[in-house]
Design a protein around this ligand. Structure first.
Ligand SMILES: NC(=O)c1ccc[n+]([C@@H]2O[C@H](COP(=O)([O-])OP(=O)(O)OC[C@H]3O[C@@H](n4cnc5c(N)ncnc54)[C@H](O)[C@@H]3O)[C@@H](O)[C@H]2O)c1
Length: 331
């Protein structure tokens, strides 16, 4: 049984706490958060103890540290945890600065640390199935990947100010999904974007609507479409087009009910947001981490995967600023 300390008792921390507590190989022993009430409420729920961040990082009884606190804490906490010999599960993104991410990844590697980054969508059963079909050659050679990723609504302006912008905060999941499914690093990134959803987003200098095109050396392409608004709910679809056919993952609906009347045929809306849509993926991602640790294998997505997704985000930003396609700075 591995002893797990959770840092961050917010939205995603609460999801991880539950999955840690219910997994047979992990025990949630400590919860740390600068918000003492949040830490206490979560610790009590799962029979864990409240502790200070520094104390859990230094505690020799802690095997694993889960970092689910605010993004600007991830790199520092990862480095300390690795130096102290803990296995780290860190939420995305590792940091908003690519230089800081590179530094953190090298510290992890220097200490031969174990680090998994929370790109949970790889563990969604539907996207994982699509990946297996691709690998089995069921649609021949992949030629064109299309990822539609639209949130039901924009986050508050206060969050947007510190989010690092849509590409680093939101599209980062889609960049990881593109890398995962393409199986090849793109050599060119071209981004178009606008602020169409909310004047508050424009006011903080961010974008809310984007199309990003990625092209690989083989010619394989991926198109990502993003919006901070979808009137019908959380829109998460993937299409893979290949030489022998096409694979599609559609939205998961709130229920399978279809109402047919004289007025028409109406199905239900997509599941509201990530907590519902990706609930299974968070369970599966934790199970993968536990499985990898028990087999002493490197869990995936790795620290380098965390870096690669941010490299694409940086290239997309540069493309937006210059109006030109940009070669991602992989090295
Ligand atoms: N993989 C996913 O699907 C997913 C979903 C949501 C959020 N995230 C990521 O998880 C992180 C947290 O997001 P959230 O939505 O849960 O945010 P949140 O604001 O709900 O929770 C963050 C928590 O961290 C605590 N915190 C902040 N600084 C801290 C510090 N120095 N030490 C200890 N605790 C600290 C806050 O008090 C808060 O309780 C972000 O990096 C976000 O990008 C990932």
């Amino acid at each position: 049984m591995l002893s797990v300390a959770l840092i961050g008792a917010g939205r995603i921390g609460q999801i991880h706490a539950r999955n840690i507590a219910f997994h047979p190989d992990s025990q949630l022993t400590f919860v740390a958060d600068i918000n003492a009430d949040a830490a206490k409420a979560l610790a009590e729920k799962y029979n864990a103890q409240v502790a200070e961040v520094d104390a859990v990082l230094a505690n020799p009884q802690v095997d694993v540290v889960v970092i689910a606190s605010a993004t600007n804490t991830h790199a520092d906490l990862t480095e300390i945890a690795c130096r102290n010999g803990k296995a780290v599960f860190c939420e995305k993104p590792i940091d908003l600065s690519i230089e800081r991410v590179r530094q953190c990844v090298s510290v992890v590697n220097e200490h031969k640390g174990t680090m998994m980054v929370g790109f949970n969508r790889r563990f969604d059963p539907n996207f994982a199935h699509l990946k297996r079909c691709l690998e089995a050659g069921e649609i021949g050679e992949l030629e064109l990947l299309t990822i539609h990723s639209r949130d039901p609504g924009a986050p508050p302006a206060e969050y947007l100010k510190v989010s690092g912008g849509m590409f680093r905060d939101m599209t980062i999941h889609d960049f990881d999904m593109a890398l995962f499914l393409l199986g090849e690093e793109p050599v060119s990134v071209f981004a178009h974007a606008a602020s169409l959803v909310d004047p508050a987003i424009k006011a903080v200098g961010d974008i809310d609507t984007a199309v990003v095109t990625l092209q690989c050396a083989s010619g394989k392409m991926a198109v990502i479409t993003n919006s901070r608004r979808a009137a019908y709910g959380y829109d998460q679809r993937v299409e893979a087009h290949g030489s022998k056919g096409m694979l599609n993952v559609n939205n998961i609906l709130e229920s399978s009910l279809v109402k047919s009347t004289a007025e028409g045929v109406v199905s239900q809306k997509p599941q509201h947001f990530f907590l519902e849509r990706y609930a299974e993926s968070y369970v599966a991602e934790w199970a993968h981490f536990m499985d990898a640790l028990s087999k002493q294998e490197a869990p995936k997505p790795t620290a380098e995967d965390g870096q690669r997704a941010l490299v694409l985000a940086e290239a997309a930003l540069k493309s937006l600023q210059t109006g030109q396609p940009v070669a991602p700075a992989w090295a």
